[in-house]
Every structure is written in structure tokens, then in C-alpha cells.
Design a protein around this ligand. Sequence first.
Ligand code: EPU
Length: 424
Amino acid sequence: MAQECIAIEGGHPLNGTVRISGAKNATVALIPAVVLANSPVEIYGVPEISDVEALSTLLRELNCDVERVGDTLKVDPTHIKNIPLVSKAVDKLRASYYFMGGLLGRYREVTIKMPGGCYLGPRPIDLHLKGFKALGADITYNEKDETYTLKAEHLHGAEIYLDFASVGATINIMLAAVMAEGRTTIENAAKEPEIIDVANLLTKMGAKLRGVGTDTIIIDGVKEMHGTSHEIIPDRIEAGTFLIIAAAVGRKVLIQNVISQHLDALLSKLRELGVRFEIIGDSILVWGDYYDFKPVEVTTQPYPGFATDLQQPLTTLLTLAHGRSKVTDTIYTERFKHCAQLNKMGANIEVGDGCCYVNGPTKLHGTRVEATDLRCGAALVVAGLMAEGITEITNVYHIDRGYDNIDRKLTALGAQISRYQVED
Ligand code: EPU
């Protein structure tokens, strides 16, 4: 069967300015959060990614009006109907599970299929369900249809301790609790910037939340939530990916619309490697003409630790370092599928138990490789830009789920990129 690939002719140095879009992992929670409102919500800075299309489809299935004008998404939930979400759009992304929390919060009842998303090893949702149960929901799972039904006579506040500071569980429990009766406390809550962004929207919609961004979130339930407008924070993972690209193949690249504090862990690793950059207000200027990179050890952690979503693209950069680097992923111990693809291109990476060792420096050469998941795709884009010859990346849909116009942004910096059909 034919499928689209991204073809990159490597070896062209990049120069110029790139603007970072709104954060994917905030956007995919902000959109389902809108079901809690009784009047229109406008969201600004919405990235052009296929995850937004899938979530918009789900909102339309719920009888919401959805209109996109430029990077603004206008959602009118006035005539919303709480119908089961079982269509193909649910399978397209993990974040469809935020409709669980949102619809349970508003209607005390929701039926939804198991979510899709990147395979990064097992991704259970037990912590989400534990939270919903504590709030008073009865949960049934229909194995035949792979659907969950959650029902609560009374949704009431509860004290919930998360065994792991899960991003998804923290957001989903917030969504379910903002309209529950009484006070909910989430202990060991995740602290990612995207969670704060979602809480900011909820607060503008009338919710009462305190402590978001710390280990303990306190939510006092309200009876009603209303429309508002909200601007999404910049995508720290897209920004991190462009920082890595600029370090690998940039001459002088200015990355705009960045909250540099969100990237502290990456920036400190880049400094250790020997990358030259300067933070100028909400931009970062990178000089990528220095190749005497030193090997580093990186371990992913929940925020503010090193983001798991950036370890894959960073691995590609580490092929330039003189010596042996080690990358450990404590969040997704199986998130190393990119290594085999990079090795096809000439890298020398050994995959261990929850980690990989990158032996450098190695020269990469173009060949056909497969984006096995979104950030593997990003790692391969970095590799394609570095490699000699042409790299064809298949399963492009993974990349399009999370990177806004990546071809256009890279082309504007001087990269040689095209898309065409290839046979499997
Ligand atoms: N976990 C459980 N039980 C749960 C929930 C999570 O055991 O009920 C485990 C997971 O299996 C994993 C760890 O906890 O080992 C972290 O999972 P978390 O819930 O924090 O991740 P997530 O909400 O599923 C979000 C992002 C991911 C990002 C992670 C970690 C979205 C839609 N996804 O996933 O982003 O890697 O947080 O920061 O926000 C990506 O953008 O490429 C991506 C995968």
C-alpha cells in the first residue's frame, strides 16, 4: 500500500527565525474542558495539528458548534448532548480520555471508548479511574465494545492521593471535580505547565482551584461554569525540538515564543553538551556551529525534571557527542523504538533496560525509516537534517499529530523537505 513520507535532504545548514505554536499537550486538554461551560469559549493560539481535528470531531458529535478561524478555536457548547463517544476519532489520540472527566463532571455520566495514542509501552488509566471512583462514580467496562461507562448519583469532593504524579490523571480528576459537591484534594499531583494552563482556563470558566503547580491541588466545587477566552501557552516540546535541531544543524537560529523556564532541564543539558545559546526575553538564539559536543547522562522525570517527550530528539543530537552518552527514561521505560531507526541511519546506539547508550560521534546517512510514534518522528526529522543524502520518514501521521506545520517551519529556515507517496 502507498503511504505519504517526509523526505529530507540532509546537510543544509539552517538560519533564521522560527515561531513556536501553542502547546499540544495543553490544547488537547483545553478543548475537552470546554464541555463544562454553558456558553461559548474561545481558545487562541491553537496549533494546526491533527489531534485538534480529532477533538473537534468529538465536540461536534456532542452537538457543540466548533469553528476554527486562523489559530482561534470557537466552541459553543450551549446545545451539547451527552452521547456515548465511540467513534474512530476517539482512537486517534490519548487525550480523548479528557472527555471522561469533563462529561462526568458536568452530567454525572459518560460512556467512552478506550483512548488511542502513541504506543510507548503499557499506558494504564487506573489512576484516573481511582480518582473518579473516589468522587463517587461507579465504573463499568464493556469488554466487547471496549467502552467505559461512569455514573455517579452524587459527585462529591474527596481526598485523592496519586501513586504517581500522572499528567493525565491530574487533569482528568480536576475536570471531574470542579463541579462536584464540596472540596477535592489531589495529593502528589503532577506539576507540568500544561496542567497550570488547563487550571487557568477552568478558573476563568468559574472554577475554584488552589495550589495548581504544586504537589497539592485543592478544588472547591461550583454549580455552574461559563464561557470565556483563553490563550494557550507555547509548546515547550516543540521549542525543545527546534533547540535540538538548531544545535545539530543551525548556523544562527532564533526560536520565538518560548517560556525558557519551562525548558530549564533541557537547556542545562544542552549547556553541558557544549551548545551555545542565549535567552533573549521570550526567544532563544542558538549558534549551532560548534561540534565538539561532550557526552552527557540524561534521566527523564516528571516536571520540572527532563521531559520524556524530549529524550528521543535529544538522542539524535547525542550521536554527535565525542564519547558514550546514556539516556534513561523513568516515565516510559520502553520509549526507545527510535534507536533501531537511528541505527539504520548509521548511529551506534545500544538499548538497555529502560535506557540507551549512544556511542559517538557517528555520521548519519539517509535511508528509509519509520516514525513509530510522535517523538520518534521528531528524532528522525533531526536525524534527516543531519544526515548525508535523503532520509524518507514513513508513518508521517504520527508527526502531524503533534507538530504544527513542521515542513513549512523547517523550509523557512533553509531545510530541503518534501512529501510524496511511497510503497510500503
Ligand atoms: N500511569 C499509570 N496509571 C495511570 C496514568 C499513568 O500507571 O492511570 C503511568 C504511565 O503508564 C506512565 C506514567 O504514569 O508510565 C506517566 O504517565 P502520565 O499520565 O503522566 O502521561 P500521560 O498523561 O498519558 C502526558 C503526555 C505525554 C507525556 C506524558 C509525560 C498528553 C496528551 N500526553 O501523557 O505526551 O509523555 O504526559 O509527560 O498530555 C507526547 O506528547 O508525545 C506524549 C506522549
